[in-house]
Design a binder for this molecule. Structure first.
Ligand SMILES: [Zn+2]
Ligand SMILES: [Zn+2]
Length: 287
């Protein structure tokens, strides 16, 4: 919540800086923080929804709400970049002298300082709480501060040299940077919506945990994983001797489930038990 309040103040300051100077570079910086406010709110809502336990109409949980918010974030960023490019192109064709540049730069600089302070707070707090999400937010803000510093430095140069084209040029650069960030966010959320499987090292870890806890079983095969937000769904077939009592096979399953949920954060495991006649030679892990 505090993040949203800070982002709102920063956004208002940056917008004022743009309004009094008419600089498209400051406009691009202001738009970037509007995107930050919108995405902070969307992320807050998405995390709340994603945390909800499974219910009758969403029996696997609500984890993918986070991808939805990331997709929205990507779309907003694209929109902001297009708006900036239109303004920058216009300023490129009709170069204009900035009005009240000193006041505008001072206000934008103050906003950047607030952002830097908050970014530093988030990074230290994220480390304390060992929360990658909070730390990532902090670094994202830090990148924004870097953008602001670049914009301010460029505008100072423009004022010193009288090169009016620097203003739209800076706005172009900010738009490209925003587009790059938006593309990365969208790509990640797309792959999540497409039920991406776990990374190679996690897969190796899963196989190790299964191998270490499969006493009594003959092999596993058809191991599949898919990630949804913080949840990781793991399923496979477990081959046991045909004459093994169900109770015993179930004990093995419980042991495997426990070991996997301990080793992999957010793991949800489903095991299909089969007699040895169903053993496979391809894609199997035989004990
Ligand atoms: Zn099978
Ligand atoms: Zn059971």
């Amino acid at each position: 919540m505090a993040s949203i309040a800070v982002a709102l103040v920063v956004m208002a300051l940056k917008y004022i800086a743009y309004a009094i100077t008419g600089s498209v570079a400051l406009y691009s910086d202001a738009l970037e923080s509007i995107v930050n406010v919108a995405t902070a709110i969307a992320a807050l809502v998405a995390v709340r929804i994603a945390e909800r336990p499974a219910d009758r109409s969403h029996q696997f949980g609500h984890h993918k709400a986070e991808y939805f918010s990331a997709g929205l974030e990507g779309a907003l960023i694209l929109l902001a970049a297009i708006l900036i490019l239109i303004q920058a192109y216009d300023a490129w064709l009709n170069p204009r002298v900035l009005s009240a540049p000193a006041a505008g730069l001072a206000i934008n600089g103050a906003a950047a300082l607030i952002n830097a302070g908050w970014a530093w707070h988030l990074i230290t707090r994220g480390r304390e709480l060992r929360s990658p999400a909070i730390t990532a937010d902090g670094w994202h803000l830090f990148a924004d501060v870097a953008t602001s510093v670049g914009v301010i430095a460029g505008l100072l140069l423009a004022l010193a040299t009288g090169w009016l084209f620097l203003d739209p040029l800076l706005a172009f650069a900010v738009a490209l940077h925003i587009l790059w960030v938006g593309w990365r966010i969208t790509r990640d959320s797309m792959s999540g919506l497409m039920d991406a499987s776990v990374a190679g090292d996690t897969m190796a870890r899963i196989r190790d945990v299964i191998a270490a806890n499969a006493d009594g079983a003959l092999q596993i095969h058809d191991l599949r994983t898919r990630m949804a937000g913080r949840a990781t769904f793991i399923e496979f077939h477990l081959v046991v001797p045909g004459e093994m009592p169900v109770t015993e096979a179930h004990d093995i399953c419980d042991r495997l489930e426990r070991a996997l949920t301990e080793a992999i954060e957010g793991a949800e495991v489903l095991i299909h038990v089969e007699p040895e006649g169903e053993a496979k030679s391809k894609g199997a892990l035989t004990f």
